[in-house]
Design a binder for this molecule. Structure first.
Ligand SMILES: [Zn+2]
Length: 229
């Protein structure tokens, strides 16, 4: 069963913010130079070397500001209103959250998510069945990682992507084959972790000295135990 971002169980996951910084991904991940939390960047580097020779991960988007996220929500909500005029407000909320996360749980706003694909040795993107960011309407559902009507080649490429990314602890959002995250609320719910470790990045700006000292204590206690799990 697919759990949507709008599911109340996602927002109910507590966040034990790690205060890890955003880092810029290297050029081996493509020209976008996306910014993500340091722990996610480390995992992506591990996944990159796990790919067969000649293939690379190409990250097209990482951290997104709250304003950028809200703009995507507003744009897609308008499309859903046109496509499903009879939907109730709560049905509309669920339909929108198949494609874009509400602000308070948004993995990109937490610096915890990447949108990515596979490229060959010349940097040419492989055919993954749909473009990145194809909506369920545009792609007739083929944006779902496990969509039934994919060619064998596309299915194999998606399986490879899933294998290297789940291998380093990331989780996929099932209606977007390109969206993978680590450390956010959705990740915590799907992996059974007690809490998310990355909340909205804007919170980092509000750190005061007491927060920084509490954070230092938790690090000293080994509560976050490195990136091995
Ligand atoms: Zn995404």
């Amino acid at each position: 069963m697919t759990i949507l971002f709008a599911d109340p169980r996602v927002a109910a996951v507590p966040v034990h913010e790690s205060y890890e910084h955003l880092v810029t991904l290297g050029v081996s991940f493509g020209p976008a130079r996306a910014r993500v939390r340091a722990g996610l960047a480390a995992r992506l580097r591990q996944a990159q070397v796990a790919l067969p020779v000649g293939l690379s991960l190409r990250v097209v988007e990482g951290h997104r500001s709250a304003a950028e996220q809200q703009a995507i929500i507003d744009r897609y909500t308008a499309q859903i209103r046109d496509a499903y005029p009879e939907a109730t407000p709560s049905q509309r909320h669920s339909l929108v959250s198949r494609f874009v996360a509400p602000l308070e749980v948004a993995p990109h706003v937490a610096g915890a998510a990447v949108d990515l694909t596979l490229v060959d040795s010349r940097g040419v993107a492989l055919d993954m069945g749909t473009p990145i960011d194809a909506t369920p309407e545009e792609s007739e559902g083929r944006c779902y990682l496990d969509a039934p009507d994919l060619s064998a080649d596309v299915r194999a490429r998606r399986a490879l992507l899933a294998r290297v990314l789940t291998g380093v602890g990331l989780v996929n959002y099932p209606s977007e084959w390109w969206h993978w995250s680590y450390g956010d609320r959705y990740w915590a719910l799907m992996t059974g972790a007690d809490a998310a470790i990355y909340g909205p990045v804007v919170d980092l700006d509000r750190l005061d000295n007491a927060d920084r000292l509490a954070n230092a204590d938790r690090l000293a206690d080994g509560q976050w135990g490195g990136w091995a799990a």
